[in-house]
Write a protein that binds this ligand. Structure first.
Ligand code: MG
Length: 452
């Protein structure tokens, strides 16, 4: 069946031809799924198409008989917080997260505040594709209410979880808010935590004039320079909807998301031993750190909704992905870039080491990623044959096929949207990582040739 939802919601490039009807019908499908008489919490990021898409989706949801509580321009985790706080049936966030300004998108939230489970998304897709919409009568259409308390309550929640004391060091912090909704949140919270706060790209602006919204090293030269020039202790960068945060150390060096995730895992295990939930493509910088610090690695397929759900009920200490998306269960079972920023401040303000020192103590591994073409019809057979060929190694097949060596691993994962395998190799040094990548590409080529 054709899908609407990808790993993290729906993304599209709105244009004159199709957007309005698509958004209204999407709203009708979502409203039909939640059901007449229920309430949906709704927010949007700063994109300039946000108001028009939000209004159209809300129109569809209300036409199906659901009320809307609109909480305005907010980070995605604020909608997730709002669903629980308001005790409503679910949520909708209009965002394209880290995508460029011309894109927009939509994420649905389940009533427990987690990103919607795949089987519920399928129910919405069923309604959408069958056009089997439930229309409310004129006297049953949903109401539209505005609420500005959820934002403050979300900030209060984080402030209540991370409380500075007189022993905290006063940190100088630079926050790059990506011209997204984080500008109203992270600077205020960190200032209340006693930091000297400097901001860049803090004004909400859906054109993203400061930088592209993905918090990758190549987009963060402004932040790295500012941290170094100001002699700051820490730089923080959010993505477009602030469910993620990545960091820059006191020298102005970019810290990748695997490294910060490893630091969060170590910090949480210092407080109490337990499980840390990470996807199968996570660096050994993270998984070795978990084991070295007395924790247990819980591996999942790729996708933050899956990680969040796995954390439920197993007493996980923390969970997350190597892209800066971290889930702290004491906060909520969702990625929260503001909580992630506040937590890093806590680690640095209460410890005696600088960020660069902590990162340089992490296990040394190099990760490289590549692609390999493969006919759609052959993908499953190819993976089966790779598994059969790997008699001497541990194979993990929860999402694609991962082959574990002593000081290396390789993950072969079929793309859901393109006729390719994504090939990831990590090893104890760059040469070995490249060799392993090449070796498995040769193997893939041979297996594909034999099948053709
Ligand atoms: Mg995001």
């Amino acid at each position: 069946m054709t899908r609407l939802f990808g790993t993290n919601g729906i993304r599209w490039r709105p244009d004159k031809k199709q957007d309005h009807n698509f958004s209204v019908e999407l709203g009708l499908a979502i409203g039909t799924y939640f059901g007449k008489g229920n309430t949906v919490c709704m927010g949007r990021d700063t994109r300039i198409t946000g108001p028009v898409i939000s209004a159209a989706v809300a129109s569809g949801i209300m036409s199906a008989g659901c009320d809307i509580i609109d909480i305005g321009v907010v980070p995605t985790p604020t909608v997730q917080f709002g669903v629980k706080m308001l005790d409503v049936a679910g949520g909708v966030m209009i965002t394209a997260s880290h995508n460029p300004p011309e894109f927009n998108g939509l994420k649905c939230i389940d009533n427990d505040g987690t990103e919607m489970a795949r089987d519920n998304e399928e129910k919405i897709e069923d309604v959408y594709f069958s056009k089997n919409f439930q229309y409310a009568g004129w006297d049953e259409v949903g109401k539209f209410k505005v609420n500005d308390e959820v934002s403050f309550a979300h900030m209060d929640r984080i402030s209540s979880l991370i409380v500075p004391n007189s022993g905290w060091k006063k940190l100088k912090v630079v926050i790059d808010c990506s011209n997204g909704p984080a500008g109203k949140f992270t600077p205020n919270i960190l200032r209340d935590m006693g930091c000297e706060v400097h901001t860049i790209n803090a004004q909400p602006d859906g054109m993203f004039p400061g930088r592209l919204p993905e918090p990758l090293e190549k987009n963060l030269s402004g932040l790295m320079d500012t941290v170094a020039n100001l002699g700051a202790d820490l730089g923080i960068a959010h993505d477009g909807d602030a469910d993620r945060a990545t960091f820059v150390d006191e020298k102005g060096n970019y810290i990748n998301g695997d490294e910060s995730l490893a630091l969060f895992a170590i910090d949480s295990l210092d407080a109490e031993k337990g499980k840390v939930v990470v996807p199968v493509n996570t660096s050994r910088k993270v998984t070795d750190s978990i084991i070295d610090n007395g924790g247990e690695v819980e591996l999942t397929p790729i996708g933050s909704p899956i990680i969040a759900r796995r954390m439920k009920g197993i007493g996980a200490r923390v969970g997350g992905e190597g892209n800066g998306g971290v889930i702290f269960p004491e906060n909520m079972l969702c990625r929260d870039g503001i909580m992630t920023a506040a937590k890093m401040v806590e680690i640095l303000a209460t410890g005696d080491r600088k960020l660069s020192e902590m990162v340089s103590d992490l296990p040394d591994y190099t990760i490289i990623r590549s692609k390999f073409k493969c006919n759609e019809k052959l993908k499953h057979q190819v993976l089966d044959n790779v598994k059969k060929a790997m008699t001497d190694f541990e194979v993990i097949d929860i999402d694609g096929v991962k082959i574990e060596g002593d000081d290396w691993w390789v993950l072969l994962r079929p793309s859901g949207t393109e006729p390719i395998f994504r090939v990831t190799a990590e090893a104890a040094n760059p040469q070995m990582a490249q060799d392993k990548l090449d070796e498995f590409k040769v193997l893939l080529k041979k297996i594909i040739q034999d099948l053709a």
